[in-house]
Ligand binder design. Structure first.
Ligand code: NAP
Length: 243
């Protein structure tokens, strides 16, 4: 897909990987819809607009079905279409299963997995109608490997891979693609919260011996959205952490 002038919705894009994805698509000339629950920094809007594209910020919790509907409806109203949907909003509530509360499990599942279903549910009919579109779900390497202390997070991210493949199969006949990206350890606020000891242990598992940058994920998202022949795939961007 040629991205110039197209409309890209990036959930969870007030910082970190989502912010980098939004910038990478703006560089391609795409109009951007930013989303987060709390706030989108004004400087971010200005930075993206400096690429000569239109930018809209729509706040809302993607785990709420009606908020997700509002996000997609408002995008359609402002730009007339949704061409690329990036489900990036995600949270973690790390604990060993034996100490995990029901709420820790539910909230992680609701944002990471159900949130992606919610936006897809509302955007897919538009994409099918226009016979074009790209959906990219940001999963995680731990959705493929599992991780002690992240059963809720890993389960939600593994579920996202199943969701991706099923949507890919349903949407393919209309030329709409759906893929997942599984990042490894990427330097953001989410990973900065981990202790030095945990970070050191993670580094020991990465053959390329460095943490990834948000830009590594953003460039992969742009690549996937441009391809019209990659669908149902899980693209690993993890420094070789899982092969
Ligand atoms: P981050 O720095 O914590 O940013 C998360 C973003 O999501 C923020 O903009 C946050 O804004 C938004 N968000 C959270 N809950 C939301 C909700 N219910 N509805 C809408 N927006 C919501 O995270 P990150 O490290 O950039 O991670 C981005 C994605 O990559 C996540 O899905 C994460 O699981 C995945 N990932 C990250 C890594 C890594 O190493 N960093 C590795 C693998 C996968 P508000 O708080 O204002 O809502």
């Amino acid at each position: 897909m040629e991205l110039k002038g197209k409309t890209v919705v990036v959930t969870g894009s007030s910082r970190g990987i989502g912010e980098a994805i939004a910038e990478e698509f703006a560089k391609q000339g795409a109009n951007i819809v930013l989303n987060a629950r709390k706030a989108i920094p004004e400087e971010m809007l200005e930075k993206l607009q400096s690429y000569g594209v239109e930018v809209e910020a729509i706040l809302g919790d993607v785990s709420d079905f009606n908020s997700a509907k509002h996000l997609i409806d408002q995008t359609k109203e402002r730009f007339g279409s949704v061409d690329v949907l990036i489900n990036n909003a995600g949270i973690n509530r790390d604990k060993l299963v034996m100490r995990m509360d029901e709420e820790d499990f539910d909230v992680t599942y609701e944002v990471n997995l159900k949130g992606s279903f919610n936006t897809i549910r509302h955007a897919l009919p538009l994409m099918l109608k226009q016979r074009a579109g790209s959906i990219i779900n940001i999963s995680s390497v731990v959705g493929e490997t599992g991780n002690a202390g992240q059963a809720n997070y890993a389960a939600s991210k593994a579920g996202l891979i199943g969701l991706t493949k099923s949507v890919a199969r349903e949407a393919a006949m209309r030329g709409v693609t759906c893929n997942a990206i599984t990042p490894g350890f990427i330097e953001t606020d989410m990973t900065a919260a981990l202790s030095d000891k945990v970070q050191e242990a993670m580094l020991g598992q990465i053959p390329l011996k460095k943490f990834g940058k948000s830009k590594d994920i953003a460039e992969t998202a742009v690549f996937l959205s441009k391809s019209e022949y990659i669908t149902g795939q899980t693209i690993r961007v993890n420094g070789g952490m899982y092969m």
